[in-house]
Ligand binder design. Structure first.
Ligand code: GLY
Length: 428
């Protein structure tokens, strides 16, 4: 048995949750996080290297004899971290820059779906402000405007009115709020319906799908207000029947991965299509080339199999040789965010009650925007913590998480009190 020295790149709840799961493997010798957060420092060693500083990460991996690097966030994937590590003969898990383009360029991704007849909203792309404005003038609202590049999860703007769309265009093209990520945009029809997050491990030839999950992207209850990175997740999704799940596999996951192969950029890692169950059928809203956050926190509570075996199987092209076991249970993660998020917020607020919350039944608190200060944790980001629970029914699981949240406090703390509510209603 080869013991692994692991480097996890990133600093969010997703990275803490994957580190937490790896820690349970008898094959884990040491876990490093670059740069990590307050919570990851409790289960491994945080190193002060940014997730996008590829030369420094390469140096560190060589010096520390890292046997496996996990490239989890979107930015380093878009910068080609996997290609750079591979060139140096280092073992790294994640898609190449070319394969990750399915996430980091929305125009590429929409063209890919159109070319391969994958179900998605009709769209147009623009790189010219005036032409985009002219096109938008004749549209029926709501519409969606997407910045082509990565924009910290804020690049998708749902416009209910023409005025909102004009404002979005001005912000993107004239004020350049997304910088170069907004040089090009996608304009598409808004598709209403319940959203479904799908994740699948892929080794380039074989894939294994996770149970379906659901994120809650808006800051406000009943899906009001601006988009966030994600305010809470549940899995599995009670309203996704076996037939619907089979349809997702047959019409979305399998053809996507096979098209990526035939286009010449086989996908190794986790592919995460965000779907909507529209009245005209399933549609792909977007692709992500990575684990979702906070989907991952929920998934790690359900995953039974040693995750190091899965990473190895992906890298060795042997996913078909392993069985991935998910616990027969429900899990959820509820995000506790800083006051003001997703807009401006203050940092440095003392967080109390995490240990008390974790003493509650079946609770794990995953850190995201925290930093350790003296013997305390302080807030250090918009999404601060993810309180996760596991249980037999979804109702019971959510109730456990909300009870544990009562133990935690920090100035300005906000969270949604309706995570899982619409999924439960739909399944009745
Ligand atoms: N769950 C949202 C994301 O990871 O992009």
């Amino acid at each position: 048995m080869q013991k692994q020295r692991i480097l996890i790149i990133g600093s969010g709840g997703r990275e803490h949750a994957i580190g937490w799961k790896i820690k349970q493997s008898i094959r884990a010798e040491q876990i490093f996080f670059a740069p990590g957060n307050g919570g990851t420092g409790r289960i491994g060693i945080n190193i002060p290297i940014k997730a996008t500083d590829i030369p420094a990460l390469l140096d560190f991996a060589k010096k520390e004899n890292i046997t496996l690097t996990l490239a989890l966030p979107d930015d380093p994937l878009a910068l080609g971290i996997v290609n750079e590590f591979q060139k140096k003969g280092l073992r790294i898990w994640g898609p190449t820059k070319e394969a990750a383009q399915i996430e980091w360029s929305k125009t590429f991704s929409k063209d890919f779906m159109r070319r391969h007849n994958l179900p998605t909203a009709k769209f147009m792309t623009f790189s010219d402000y005036k032409m985009a404005k002219k096109y938008i003038t004749d549209q029926i609202f709501p519409i969606v405007i997407k910045a082509d590049g990565l924009a910290l999860g804020k690049g998708v703007i749902i416009c209910e009115t023409r005025e909102q769309a004009y404002e979005a265009l001005e912000n993107i093209f004239i004020k350049k709020i997304f910088g170069e990520a907004g040089n090009e945009i996608v304009v598409e029809k808004f598709l209403a319906g319940p959203e479904i997050s799908i994740h699948a491990f892929s080794d380039g030839k074989n894939y294994k799908i996770f149970p379906p999950s659901q994120d809650h992207k808006k800051i406000g209850e009943e899906d009001i207000g601006p988009n966030t990175g994600g305010m809470g997740t549940i899995a599995p999704l009670p309203f996704v029947s076996n037939n619907l799940f089979k349809e997702i596999e047959k019409n979305i996951v399998a053809p996507t991965l096979s098209a990526m192969n035939s286009d010449g950029y086989p996908f190794v890692g986790v592919i995460y299509p965000g779907l909507v169950l529209h009245k005209d059928g399933l549609k792909i809203l977007e692709y992500n080339a990575r684990f979702g956050d906070p989907e991952t926190q929920t998934y790690m509570r359900l995953l039974d199999t040693d995750i190091l075996d899965i990473f190895d199987a992906c890298l060795d092209g042997k996913l078909n040789e392993i069985e991935i076991i998910w616990r027969n249970a429900y899990a959820c993660t509820i995000i506790l965010a800083s006051g003001g998020y997703p807009g401006n917020y203050e940092k440095g607020k003392v967080v109390s009650g995490i240990d008390d919350a974790e003493r509650e039944l079946d609770i794990i608190v995953f850190h995201a925007g925290t930093a350790a200060k003296d013997d305390k944790f302080v807030t250090n980001g918009g999404r601060v913590l993810g309180v996760s629970a596991i249980g037999i029914t979804l109702e019971e699981t959510l109730a456990k998480a909300y009870k544990a949240i009562e133990k935690i406090s920090f100035e300005g703390m906000q969270y949604r009190k309706d995570i899982g509510k619409s999924a439960l209603l739909l399944s009745k």
